[in-house]
Design a protein around this ligand. Structure first.
Ligand code: ADP
Ligand code: MG
Length: 473
């Protein structure tokens, strides 16, 4: 996503005024062309508020009213906006969003308007802060299937009864499976349904880390602490980024305790179970596991189809049934990628109204996406085979419970590669290596990493094995 922070506060001279006029004209023409093809609500929320700043070199610079719109449009429409911009400018133009931030950069702190609470004064209403939960990320827009039913249920429970049911709630799962969507859904639900005015804070873990470092540098720890410890609901996205950040972990430990002790709701997301975040203090691991842990699995075919159909409706496109089936069959592991593919097909069909959308044209259009999806899924078995071949030993020896010295290092390399190249947990890898403990795999990973850092020969050996795993047979 292209959001550039360096273009703010542009001082306009005459030449620049002309450029900005031209940018504005082009942008208005783009809007006119887009409007009939996009659902009214989406057009109003995401396109209308955008302002054209100027044309700089081969870029049309756009400024969203809100960082979220910029993020949303740029992640869904950059390509088609670029095509329209080029068409109206008569030369190739790309669009670039400029602004203060992107999704997750600024914590979304919200105090909702509340519901007809008689005690609510005018003053209270004016102190309310704007929230930027994504209005599209709600529970009702989240398609539920077997792969995410438990997570959905625990997230709705936490949002209905913050601080009571499932605290903390720890959600983990792969990229693009809906973790951020659910955090926003909780945020949206809490602020819409609570009569008291809860303070709901959403932020990415990276933001927490950066804020903490800034606070340390500028002697503003008290402010930092008040800010996060006064939340009624803290939604922290991607806690895997705490990995190895000792001081931030220490700080978060106290934030966590302060919130937890006051029965405030904490919801965290991560790409792995807490016990597998590398370099995370034990006391945090155990706290993350205190409440409810729920995992998101890749969606099954029906869920993928349902997601596609819902998204197509919001994009106002109608595609032949076999196209939805094609997309759902070919893109299985990442809903963001699935949605991106659909948006691309939708844009293509908008631009080529007279052409029929066929399986062949879509396959051609999405060549790169399908290729990405087809990247070989590397299995533990394939790694065992490659390592065994390389060291001229037998697979059986590697998974044998014995401790023969000559096998130990190849086995450690195989374990290291399994951690690096597959999504298996330490426990699963230990199991696959003859029922070894998860600590053994962890140790192997450390040993190999150290030797890669210090011994050139090992670095080359492991590097070549790793490359080999990506070669299709
Ligand atoms: P993650 O944070 O896990 O990487 P996101 O929450 O950003 O994933 O989801 C990626 C995209 O997929 C978002 O546009 C989201 O709305 C969509 N998505 C994920 N899961 C679902 C679902 N079950 N139903 C509808 N849309 C979904
Ligand atoms: Mg996310």
């Amino acid at each position: 996503m292209a959001i550039n922070r360096n273009h703010k506060n542009i001082n306009f001279n005459q030449e620049e005024m002309a450029k900005s006029d031209q940018a504005e004209k082009i942008w208005q023409r783009i809007l006119t062309k887009l409007q009939p093809n996009i659902e009214k609500k989406i057009f109003k929320a995401h396109f209308k508020p955008i302002r054209a700043l100027e044309i700089k070199d081969s870029e049309l610079l756009l400024e969203p009213h809100d960082s979220f719109e910029g993020w949303w449009v740029s992640s869904n429409y950059t390509e088609i906006l670029g095509q329209y911009a080029s068409e109206f400018a008569g030369r190739p133009l790309k669009v670039q969003f400029v602004g203060e931030g992107k999704e997750g950069d600024s914590p979304s702190v919200s105090k909702p308007q509340g519901k007809k609470s008689p005690s609510r004064s005018k003053a209270a209403a004016t102190t309310q802060k704007r929230h930027n939960f994504n209005p599209d990320y709600t529970f009702s827009s989240f398609i539920v299937g077997d792969s995410n039913r438990m997570v959905h249920a625990s997230a709705t429970a936490a949002s209905r009864d913050p601080g009571k049911a499932y605290n903390p709630l720890y959600i983990y799962g792969g990229v693009g499976l809906g973790k951020t969507h659910l955090l926003h859904a909780i945020g949206n639900h809490v602020i819409e349904h609570k009569d008291y005015q809860p303070k709901v804070t959403y932020l990415s873990c990276e933001k927490f880390i950066n804020d903490f470092i800034e606070a340390l540098k500028n002697n503003r720890l008290t402010r930092f602490r008040t800010r996060y410890r006064s939340s009624d609901v803290l939604l922290l996205d991607d806690v895997q980024f705490l990995s190895g950040k000792e001081r931030t972990q220490e700080e978060f430990f106290h934030t966590f305790n302060a919130l937890y002790d006051n029965r405030k709701q904490i919801v965290m997301t991560c790409d792995t179970p807490a016990s597998e975040i590398k370099g995370l203090e034990k006391r945090l691991v155990s706290r993350f596991e205190w409440g409810m842990t729920s995992d998101l699995q890749p969606p099954d075919t029906e869920t993928r189809l349902a997601i596609l159909r819902k998204k197509a409706m919001s994009l106002k496109v109608k595609l032949p049934d076999e196209i939805y089936t094609l997309l759902a069959d070919r893109i299985c592991n990442n809903i963001r990628r699935l949605e991106g593919a659909l948006t691309r097909v939708a844009a293509y069909s908008m631009l080529n109204k007279e052409q029929e959308i066929t399986e062949a044209s879509v396959t051609h259009l999405l060549q790169d996406v399908f290729l990405e999806e087809e990247e070989p899924v590397i299995s533990i078995q394939a790694i065992l085979k490659a390592v065994a071949n390389h060291f001229d030993i037998r697979i059986a020896e590697m998974i044998h419970p014995g401790r023969k010295e000559s096998i130990a290092f190849p086995r450690q390399i195989a374990m290291y590669l399994c951690r690096k190249l597959t999504n298996n947990t330490y426990v699963a890898i230990g199991e696959a290596f003859g029922g070894r403990k998860h600590g053994t795999v962890l140790h192997a990973e450390r040993v190999v990493r150290n030797r890669i850092d210090t011994e050139d020969k090992v670095k080359k050996q492991v590097g070549s094995l790793e490359k080999q795993m990506f070669v299709k047979e």
